[in-house]
Write a protein that binds this ligand. Sequence first.
Ligand code: FAD
Length: 377
Amino acid sequence: MFERSGEQQMLVSNVRDAVERDVEPILQNYGKEEPLSKADVLDVLSVFSEVGLLGRDIPEEVGGAALDHTTWARMFEQLPMQTDLVTMISSETARMIHTAGTDRVREEYLGPLLRGEIVGCAGISEPGVGSNPREIETIAEKDGDEWVINGTKTWISNGQIADVAVIVADTPKGKTHFLVDADTEGFDRQRLEMLGRRYDHMGQLYFDEVRVPEAHVVGSLGDALDRTYQSFELGRANVALLGVKTAQNALDAAIEYANDREQFGKPIGEHQLVQRLIAEGATYVDAARLLAYRALDHFDNGHRAATEGAMAKWFATESAVEVTSNAIQIHGAMGLSRELDVERYFRDAKMLTIPEGTTQINKLIIARDLLELSAFR
Ligand SMILES: Cc1cc2nc3c(=O)[nH]c(=O)nc-3n(C[C@H](O)[C@H](O)[C@H](O)COP(=O)(O)OP(=O)(O)OC[C@H]3O[C@@H](n4cnc5c(N)ncnc54)[C@H](O)[C@@H]3O)c2cc1C
């Protein structure tokens, strides 16, 4: 990768120190697939708040870290996997509230989110609505000076533990973002168990006559889809980083094993077909990282990055599946054993090919840009 500036080196090393000193001791109390308790999540978030990971590009005068996205990404790459998504999503929720929340909502929720005192989540997907948010069925109806929300949101990262959710609901004026406090009557949730990333807090959210004040409209009535599509561009670069981290972990494990394990009287790393897997894996990881940082660099220079984000997302997550699968191959049966981490990396990688646009949807976005023809109808 490109050389880090002195300031970036300092920020990255602050994160490494914080992880080693304050976060690893918490993680030692958990199995590698076990979700952290809410109290421990908050402790971890407050540590990451101190080093600027929650504040990201939000201005310092409102409690943010005023970082550029590429610097944030270098810091983010240092996070243990049990803590990365919860940090990313809480920070994204803070960014949404900072950019489009009313004064009242910012006063109440922005500071606590940025300080890691509460957890955020964002709800678009529903049981009947995935790749096409235009079909969102959750409804918000005006009643006096309140909105009444009914519907279900599913596959929501942080959903099981979030204190605050920014969700999209349909109104007579179109799809609109609403902030819902998890303490509101009529709000309920359940944890969802998945193939991989079992340490995450994925949840399904239920809204049964949930009443929120007018001040909880985030943005303007009817503008949620535009802002959702725009936020996906950065979200895709973020998920690409998760893919890079997962693949890098698997590649590191494969290199170590290929040096240690001997067959036919020499380390398996001396067999040319094993070398091929290592060489391809390293190339995938580097190419994925470069695509992710290129997309983030676009944001740092004030540009949109629909195509760049889509390229980074599909390539990094599919590469992660390939690299983790080949890491299993290099480990032989040990790669399939629960004794090592490699099979978990494979399951974790597969999880990433779905959110922020599936691989297929991201390819349609890229082709739409190149062809100026849309397959979305
Ligand atoms: C780890 C993880 C985290 C997530 N976090 C969140 C979150 O925080 N908030 C949230 O709102 N949602 C979240 N989601 C949900 C995610 O956004 C959806 O799963 C995703 O948008 C796909 O929707 P779906 O699963 O309903 O699949 P579907 O949309 O039903 O798609 C099923 C299959 O059909 C294909 N397909 C669909 N339409 C087309 C088309 N036009 N052309 C070609 N192929 C098509 C898809 O590529 C896929 O292979 C998360 C999901 C995962 C796995």
